[in-house]
Write a protein that binds this ligand. Structure first.
Ligand code: MRU
Length: 351
C-alpha cells in the first residue's frame, strides 16, 4: 500500500517466499535485484554490503529470520525456536554497530515465542517482517514531515554517506527529510559527500537523488571545510546507525568531522533516525565500532591505490557527541538539546 505513497526505489521486499533486494554493490552502474531463499545468503549480503544502512539491515535481518523459519524442518514450536535462535546468531554477527539489526531480529523472536503451532509461527513471522517493511516507509515519511519544518526555501543541505531509500526500505531518513522538504514546495539543493572508503555518497546518495530529480552536487570528503567556509552550505542532515539516550550519535565514518566543521561555522547539524535506531541502555564505551577490511582503503574497485603490505585503519563508524548536534529528527518529533531530557520525552509520548 505504501508503494502508492512513494514510488521511488524499494530496497528490500518479500516476494514469493524469497527476499528480494537491490544489489547495492553494483550501483550506480547497474540497478539489479538479487533473490535469496536461504538466510545464510541474507547474512552474507548484509556482511558484504549488498544491502546496508541501519533500517534496511534491520528489515533484511527480519526477512532473513522469516526465511530461516521456512527452511526449518522442526516439528515442534520449541525446535523451531532453537532453529530461529541459531539463525538469529548468524544474522546478528554480520555487523555490530547499527542497532536496528538487533532490534529487527528481536521483534521476530518475540512474535515467534508467542506461538504454539509450527506452521502458524512461520506464517506470523513472515507477516511481522512484511509489516516492519511497510512501517519503515510510513515512519520515514512521518519523520520527513517533522524534519521538513527545520529547512527553509533556498537552503543548501549537506549530507554524508547514504541515509536514503537505499539505506531503508524506501524514502529514507535524512534523504526522507530532504524529499519531504522539497515536496512541501521549498526550493532546496543538496551537497553530498563522496564518503570514502566505500563511497556510499557518490555511488548511492548521488544516484538516488539524481534518480528522483533532486538538485545534488557531489564533493570529495576533503571539501567539507571548503564548502562550509565559503558558505556553499547552510544546514546539514545525516542519518544514524545508533543513537544513545544521551544523544551520542554513531554514524558513517567522517560524520564527526562534518559536525565539528559545521559547529566551527555556525551551521545547524541535524540527525534523522527512527526510534528503532535508539539504544536506551548502552553507554559510549559499550558500543562496538565495526572495523572493516583494509582493501576498502587500499583499492578503489579493483584498482590498487596504496602500496602492497601497508598497514590500514578502517573504522566504519564514528561517534558525534551531543554538543555538536542541533536536533534529532524522529517519527515522534524533533528532540532538541538537552537530549537526555528530550529523548526521554519522545519515548514517553510513544507509550
Ligand atoms: O556502512 P553502511 O553503508 O551500512 O553505513 C550506513 C550509514 O552510516 C548511514 O548513514 C546510516 O545507516 C543511516 S541510514 C538511514
Amino acid at each position: 500500500m505504501t508503494d502508492l505513497l512513494y514510488s521511488g526505489l524499494r530496497t528490500v521486499e518479500w516476494k514469493d517466499n524469497a527476499v528480494v533486494m537491490i544489489d547495492q554493490t553494483k550501483l550506480p552502474n547497474e540497478l539489479i535485484h538479487v533473490k535469496y531463499t536461504d538466510y545464510n545468503d541474507v547474512a552474507s549480503a548484509i556482511r558484504n554490503l549488498v544491502i546496508r544502512g541501519a533500517p534496511a539491515i534491520g528489515v533484511a535481518g527480519a526477512f532473513g529470520l522469516a526465511l530461516a523459519g521456512l527452511q526449518s524442518n522442526a516439528s515442534t514450536p520449541e525446535q523451531l525456536i532453537t532453529d530461529l535462535e541459531s539463525a538469529k546468531k548468524v544474522l546478528f554477527e554480520t555487523r555490530p554497530t547499527a542497532v536496528n539489526l538487533a532490534w529487527g531480529l528481536e521483534q521476530i523472536m518475540i512474535v515467534a515465542k508467542k506461538g504454539n503451532d509450527v506452521n502458524k509461527i512461520k506464517e506470523s513471522i513472515i507477516n511481522t517482517a512484511k509489516q516492519m517493511a511497510e512501517d519503515d516507509i510510513t515512519i520515514n515519511m512521518t519523520m520527513g514531515k517533522h524534519g521538513s519544518q527545520l529547512f527553509n526555501n533556498n537552503d543548501t543541505i549537506m549530507t554524508h554517506c547514504n541515509a536514503g531509500s537505499l539505506a531503508t526500505v524506501a524514502y529514507g531518513t535524512a534523504l526522507g527529510v530532504i524529499r519531504a522538504t522539497k515536496d512541501s514546495g521549498k526550493n532546496i539543493k543538496v551537497i553530498a559527500t563522496e564518503t570514502r572508503p566505500v563511497q556510499q555518497g557518490s555511488r548511492l546518495t548521488a544516484f538516488e537523488l539524481h534518480h528522483d530529480g533532486i538538485d545534488v552536487s557531489l564533493i570529495p570528503d576533503t571539501a567539507v571545510g571548503y564548502s562550509m567556509a565559503n558558505k556553499l552550505v547552510n544546514k546539514v542532515v545525516v542519518g544514524a546507525d545508533r543513537v544513545l539516550r544521551t544523544g551520542h550519535v554513531y554514524n558513517k565514518i567522517g560524520t564527526y568531522q562534518v559536525a565539528l566543521i559545521a559547529k566551527q561555522h555556525g551551521i545547524p547539524f541535524y540527525v534523522a533516525a527512527p526510534l528503532s535506531t535508539f539504544d536506551m541502555k548502552s553507554n559510549p564505551q559499550d558500543v562496538i565500532i565495526e572495523q572493516r577490511k583494509g582493501t576498502e582503503v587500499t583499492q578503489i574497485g579493483d584498482k590498487k591505490t596504496a602500496p602492497d603490505g601497508i598497514n590500514v585503519i578502517n573504522p566504519a563508524f564514528d561517534m558525534t557527541p551531543p554538543e555538536l548536534i542541533s536536533g534529532i529528527i524522529t517519527e515522534a518529533g524533533v528532540a532538541k538539546p538537552p537530549f537526555e531530557e528530550s529523548i526521554k520525552k519522545l519515548f514517553e509520548a510513544k507509550k
